[in-house]
Design a protein around this ligand. Sequence first.
Ligand SMILES: *Cc1c(COP(=O)(O)O)cnc(C)c1O
Length: 393
Amino acid sequence: MKRDTKIVNAGRDSKWTKGIVNPPLYRASTVVFDSVEQMKHATLNRANQEMFYGRRGTPTTFSFADAMTELEGGAGCYVYPCGTAAITSAILSFVKSGDHILMVDTAYEPTRDFADKTLNRFGVEVTYYDPLIGQNIKSLIQENTKVIFLESPGSLTMEVQDVPGICDVARQHQNDITVILDNTWASPIHFKPFEHGVDVSVQAATKYVVGHSDVMLGTATANEKSWPILRENSYLLGQCASPDDIYLAARGIRTLGVRLKQHQQSSLEIATWLQQRPEVETVLHPALSTCPGHELFKRDFEGGNGLFSFVLKDSSPQGLTALLDGMDHFKMGFSWGGYESLIMAVNNLKHMRTATTWPYDKPLIRLHIGLEDVEDLKADLDAGFNRLAKYLD
Ligand SMILES: *Cc1c(COP(=O)(O)O)cnc(C)c1O
């Protein structure tokens, strides 16, 4: 099956749908059994998509987990109430007190916070590494290194990592190192984590999988080796997601292919337009050569999306506020991956990086290019630059 056909069919096995087009919504806490034998059967198979108790999931969960496994690859998928829960559970599944993990310097801020606050509190040592380190990551591996965590492209600054290179190093090492990738930017279809050697791939399904900015959800998909450990530990942590939310994510997935095509096309058009603008110092879009790791994007990714950043050439606090306050379409908001455009400015990234030095001192602006018409979006940005200019000398 080709990719777009897979997106339509993934997880829609008749054992879950009973012929209904969209896998139906099953809500449950208690599941009842008519006989001791049925209950025994359910107990024996409770970790393998057998109806047992609501926390283990319902057919809504199982169908969605199957869909994610079919799209991303791997041996199984666990569903969490948000992307952050998927990240923290994936990491906690593979470390114990006294272990060491390597964390990319450009990780999503709550991932960093979890490493610095929670992992440190449980005696797990964290070393941050340069996203562009590639195979030189070898020099940072210690006796007790158990997890290498990647996020590619990096949060806000978009550096693309050498995922297969780092996975090779991890596999050659005698420690049993688990490579966990935050694969949210690529969504389940634009980067194949398991073909590139990753053990566990995390998605903030909140973003493009859901696609409509109205649900929080996370997934972690794992290969044969890591799946039983991830599944067991995530269960022990009490992770379970609402079938209502999962239903919406499963619905969202069907249009992932067409949505991403449009996000990608519009974002590339706006990014190249921004490159010509005198107000812009640099554009950090993985599909453009000005983005660190662009060659790796070309080598490893099957497509892009609507999320990228740029750095202003000149700015002032009042000017930046004027730019942001007057936008018609680019509203300020966290998250991304819905159908609407978003804008977010970061004044200083210096304190958010410890293994590398952020080279710019002017604000970074991150855009999510939604499904609006590109001309309307350009006009919105153009007017924003004009408001900024009024406050510059
Ligand atoms: C949003 C995001 C997350 C966290 O997802 P939530 O569902 O908001 O918890 C993790 N990683 C990346 C790269 C994200 O953009």
